[in-house]
Write a protein that binds this ligand. Structure first.
Ligand SMILES: *[C@@H]1O[C@H](CO)[C@@H](O)[C@H](O)[C@H]1NC(C)=O
Length: 211
């Protein structure tokens, strides 16, 4: 991804050396975020335990569709390559395309913005978005769209700078969202999420339409 073969060879040799000699050299990733389809920033050494470089391109809906990109170090257990779609309300969704890789500088370059499909698919999920609390009790339902066949319940803390606030949210999601587990640390362009709850189950037909 935009790396010359020479750089590639060098990085590979360096990584092998670190591994073979048990030097425990830490991974280096590009780190940036911004309101565009890609971003570029400095190469930084990852903290201990963060063994994966990630690119996450998101489109979310606030006052209109909003695209953003974050590049960061992550733990491999928290990084899942591919497409995730979540819908919390009729005008509240987020779709992401994630690329995870494990070599120095491998998250330079970019990934395509997520494709999404907003056609309702007949399924529905309990829905809510609650800032400043980590539980979300609801009787509302949201219509799932496209490939969203599961319901998720995410809660935890969202950090930005020195500010950290609880949040909880429920809605529809693609099955790929179920890879996210409690304990995950997930960066985004505006917040760093620390999840203490990540439940996922199959969506059902809307009330009144079930046979
Ligand atoms: C969009 O989602 C709907 C509902 O799941 C599905 O029927 C349709 O084929 C999808 N369209 C595309 C282009 O994937």
């Amino acid at each position: 991804m935009g790396l010359s073969t020479r750089q590639d060879t060098f990085l590979l040799a360096f990584t092998l050396l670190c591994t073979l000699m048990g030097l425990g050299c830490s991974l280096t990733c590009e780190v940036c975020n911004g309101p565009e389809k890609t971003c570029s920033g400095k190469m930084r050494q990852c903290e201990d335990g963060k063994d994966t470089c990630a690119i996450i391109v998101s489109e979310s809906y606030e006052k209109g569709p909003y695209v953003s990109t974050v590049k960061a170090c992550m733990k491999s257990r928290d990084c899942h390559s591919g497409y995730v779609s979540t819908t919390m309300g009729p005008n509240n969704y987020m779709v992401t395309n994630t690329h995870c890789c494990q070599r120095d500088g491998c998250n330079r370059g970019s990934v395509p913005p997520p494709q999404y499909n907003r056609t309702v698919n007949g399924l529905s999920c309990p829905s809510c978005v609650v800032p400043f609390r980590d539980t979300c009790v609801t009787t509302e339902l949201v219509q799932c769209v496209g490939q969203e066949t599961h319901c998720i319940y995410l809660a935890g803390r969202a950090k930005t700078g020195i500010i950290s606030a609880k949040f909880a949210t429920r809605g529809c999601a693609t099955e790929s969202a179920c890879h996210t587990k409690a304990g995950a640390e997930v960066p985004s362009a505006s917040y760093y999420y620390f999840l203490n709850r990540a439940d996922c189950h199959e969506a059902s037909l809307p009330y009144g339409r079930a046979e």
